[in-house]
Design a protein around this ligand. Structure first.
Ligand SMILES: [Zn+2]
Length: 253
């Protein structure tokens, strides 16, 4: 049995490769949700096209759109922002696409240049499409990108106390989505009664996280006395779609 990722695990992951490796132990859906959670923490400073890519990522996590559709929207964000957060392992060719270059005589304005790129390269960049299939890598990059967006001066000094403080604060999103301790393992299928599933699905669908104490009551009625689970439901605030308790109650991972 494996315990959920701890703060010490997270702080020990000081580069993208080690974060990717750590995240790769979780389901694709969880990792799409985690990517969205990292970037939603910096929503106010997130460019419009990246906001659209986050929303598409959430829809993809729920199976509402296809991998090509989320890839197209992420590609648009990548071209518009010039950032590499949605690229799995960027190739030099695709880096070229992110910056201004004279691709042909008709490229005399950014709009035309963009359309020209799409016509020549297709709507979905290969590296972005690969990233859809490598959610651990994208989640690792999203954490770093969020830090850079909100605190550019901190990101340049990852060893500073301020940077470590911010990285610690990101752990709240990890704990909310990937779980705490071994609660995921101890959840009993018999607790997932029809009432529990109904309440959980309603919370997930409508983002009514203020209903979580009611879910706690229903779980307790079904026999759950797990303190981690009940406390998670009854504590105030901090929940997002992908909340590990709501997921467990719905029976998704
Ligand atoms: Zn939660």
């Amino acid at each position: 049995m494996r315990l959920s990722m701890t703060l010490e695990d997270w702080l020990d992951c000081t580069d993208l490769d080690s974060r990717t490796l750590e995240f790769s132990l979780y389901s694709d859906r969880k990792l799409h949700r985690l990517t969205a959670a990292f970037l939603r923490r910096v929503w106010e400073v997130l460019p419009f096209h990246d906001q659209a890519a986050v929303e598409a990522t959430e829809e993809f996590a729920d199976g509402k759109i296809t991998a090509d559709e989320v890839g197209w929207i992420r590609s648009l964000a990548t071209r518009e922002s010039g950032e590499t957060v949605w690229l799995s392992r960027p190739s030099f060719d695709e880096y070229d696409l992110l910056y201004d270059f004279d691709c042909c005589p008709c490229c005399d304005g950014s709009r035309f240049r963009y359309e020209c790129r799409v016509a020549k390269q297709g709507g979905i960049m290969d590296g972005v499409r690969n990233g859809v299939e490598e959610p651990a890598c994208i989640a690792a990059q999203a954490a770093w990108h969020a830090l850079e967006l909100e605190h550019p001066h901190i990101a340049r000094h990852p060893e500073s106390m301020a940077a470590i403080w911010e990285v610690k604060s990101q752990f709240a999103a990890i704990r909310e989505i990937l779980g705490e301790g071994n609660a995921g393992e101890s959840f009993q299928a018999s607790w997932r009664t029809e009432t529990v599933r109904l309440i959980a699905r309603g919370i997930y669908r409508d983002r009514t996280f203020d209903q979580l104490p009611i879910l706690a009551d229903a779980l307790q009625e079904a026999g759950c006395e797990d303190e981690d689970i009940l406390w998670h439901c009854r504590r105030p605030g901090g929940h997002v779609r992908g909340c590990w308790v709501v997921d467990l109650a719905m029976g998704v991972s």
